[in-house]
Design a protein around this ligand. Structure first.
Ligand SMILES: [Zn+2]
Length: 300
């Protein structure tokens, strides 16, 4: 299934991005300890850990097609996941180098866990809120930025389009894969992996009042016990939003065991970055704070 500009308007609900970004922006550190349905709608960052698992699971099904753009010349807000489909990222990179200044990004990819939170809170909003799978921020082809009118000529030249009536919002017009149903599927797979006794259909469909909505609401905001990176550990590093999870906690505990001063809390912040570099230096590794196989091998 592919997505192009003509299709994208048919089943996507257009939200008011400046309004939604206000709900994203509050400085929350660390995910809510409890189920998604009980999480306070202070910021979509309360489902940070679960969101990271959903992104990783989605990437397992779309290798190299859905990628981070935080290596570009961008400034990111705290709750925005800097992920785009590969072609959209390349076009963004060209627009940024064309203008030659950093791009301030308030929002890019929104996970279905974040969307569920916003949707559960929809009666408190005068603006439309899309159900999971139907927001234009679930396509991996959308960004909300600062200084939209200054950026417009550069973005348009490289294949991005402004969305009339929604000033901060741009969509990549060059097409891509429909990852919205794949994001629902990724959640269904992750749920089933963790609940073999309460399996739900792996059909990529979210229907209101359906079993996928119920399961998503009953998912832990801190992420599932069986994480999608069990088979292939993720690279740990300091990034926005901060990495959270049992793999981060395990790494911090291993640092502590190795005699590095650190308070393990399961969140990869600046203190963990500093401790990681100290450990790497001690072991004669490249002290880049990126935790992959080489660093892990030294921790056994
Ligand atoms: Zn937007």
């Amino acid at each position: 299934m592919t997505l192009d500009a003509s299709q994208s308007t048919t089943d996507i609900i257009i939200e008011s991005c400046s309004h939604i970004n206000e709900q994203d922006a509050i400085d929350v550190r660390g995910s809510f300890h409890g189920l998604l349905r009980d999480a306070p709608m202070t910021s979509t960052a309360v489902v940070n850990a679960l969101s990271q698992q959903l992104i990783y699971q989605l990437q397992l099904g779309l290798p190299n097609a859905f990628i981070s753009f935080d290596d570009l010349n961008v400034d990111l807000s705290d709750a925005a996941f800097p992920f785009l489909q590969a072609q959209a990222k390349q076009a963004l990179q060209r627009a940024i180098s064309d203008r030659g200044v950093p791009l301030l990004v308030n929002s890019a990819y929104r996970t279905i866990a974040q969307q569920m939170l916003l949707y559960n809170d929809r009666f408190n909003n005068s603006n439309p809120v899309a159900p999971p799978g139907r927001s234009n921020h679930q396509t991996g082809l959308a960004i909300d930025i600062e200084d939209p009118r200054g950026w417009e000529p550069f973005l348009v030249r490289h294949g991005w389009e402004p969305l009339p009536g929604d000033p901060p919002h741009f969509d990549f017009a060059g097409g891509g894969t429909d990852i919205r149903s794949k994001a629902i599927l990724a959640f269904q797979q992750l749920w089933n992996k963790n609940h073999p006794d309460q399996r739900i259909a792996e059909d990529g469909i979210f229907s209101e009042g359906g079993e996928t909505e119920d399961a998503l609401n009953r998912s832990p905001a801190m992420g599932f016990e069986k994480a999608p990176w069990e088979a292939k550990p993720r690279l740990l590093r300091l990034c926005i939003p901060r990495m959270e999870g049992s793999d981060v906690l395990k790494f911090q505990q291993a640092l502590q065991k190795a005699g590095i001063a650190i308070s393990p809390d399961g969140e990869f912040g600046p203190a963990t970055d500093k401790a990681a570099k100290e450990f790497q230096q001690k072991k004669g590794l490249v002290a880049d704070g990126i935790i992959g196989d080489k660093t892990r091998a030294m921790m056994a």
